[in-house]
Write a protein that binds this ligand. Structure first.
Ligand code: OAD
Length: 248
């Protein structure tokens, strides 16, 4: 095990912290066997995102899009939460005011025991009508390709309740993160396994930093602007987070 810089400092801050915010991306699920989006093995290397994750792509070929999401459902259903998901859930148990905002749609944080979770890009385990009417409903079926695209009883197209490129974020989820950050300063924030390509992700790292929080980025290829990061751990999440929770 390589030495982890500033581990004692982060442990001490965590021990005293009353309010902790965690932002995660695909990297936190990588050690569970779920591919990330960017990088050499990422989904977007093999598939154009506008084809598989945009309203236009869905309108053009809903079956293709559904097949991709169904493939990912099957993959995710066969994966387990890893040490990083479990550590995030344990941090929540220790902290009075806690929020986890994940860009992941896989539900692995919840399976590991996380409760205060905002799924800012939706969930692969929910569906809604593509025409924008009606509620989002849980649906955990792995389909046969012949059943796709999925349709409601009246024949209307259903779609995964995830956020696609060019779409706005779910307003309630967005407001929940903003409200958490607006009500008193965060003591400690972790940004884990995200390439932080979206302005709102950078903003949600910047707010705690400006409030005086210790901001820890955990990513083998760190991506946040250096001025937003107090401590950078260029490592895999599952190697590091459990060490944080070990008793000295
Ligand atoms: P990305 O695929 O863009 O980035 C994954 C990040 O995880 C990279 O920075 C990797 O270096 C890092 N990483 C890989 N393995 C890791 C590990 N074991 N521990 C820690 N970090 C690791 O995924 P996101 O940032 O989540 O949105 O992407 C954001 C959004 O873009 C996704 O939610 C998805 C995508 O397009 C939509 O589909 C709308």
């Amino acid at each position: 095990m390589t030495a982890i810089d500033h581990l004692d400092e982060v442990r001490a801050r965590l021990a005293r912290a009353r309010k902790v915010f965690i932002l995660t991306g695909a990297g936190v699920s990588a050690e569970s066997g779920i591919p990330t989006f960017r990088g050499p093995e990422g989904y977007w290397k093999k598939h154009p995102p506008e084809q598989l994750a945009s309203p236009e792509g869905f309108a053009r070929d809903p079956k293709l899009v559904w097949e991709w999401y169904n493939y990912r459902r099957r993959l995710i259903a066969g994966c387990e939460p890893n040490a990083a998901h479990r550590a995030v859930a344990e941090i929540e148990r220790r902290i009075a005011q806690f929020l986890l905002c994940t860009q992941n749609v896989d539900g692995l944080h919840q399976r590991a025991g996380s409760r205060n979770v905002v799924e800012i890009h939706g969930s692969i385990w929910r569906v809604r009508r593509a025409d924008g009417t009606g509620p989002s409903v849980e649906n955990r079926t792995i389909f046969e390709d012949t059943e796709l695209p999925l349709r409601a009883a009246d024949g209307a197209l259903l779609r995964p309740d995830v956020v696609w490129f060019g779409e706005t974020l779910p307003a309630e989820a967005f407001a929940r993160v903003d409200a958490f950050l607006a009500t008193g300063p965060v003591d400690l924030a972790f940004v884990i396994g995200t390439s932080a390509v979206f302005p709102y992700i950078i903003r949600w790292a910047a707010i705690p930093k400006h409030q005086g929080a210790m901001v820890v980025e955990l990513n083998p290829s760190p991506s946040l602007p250096a001025e937003l990061v107090t401590i950078c751990w260029p490592h895999k999440a599952g190697d590091i987070l459990p060490c944080l929770l070990e008793r000295e």
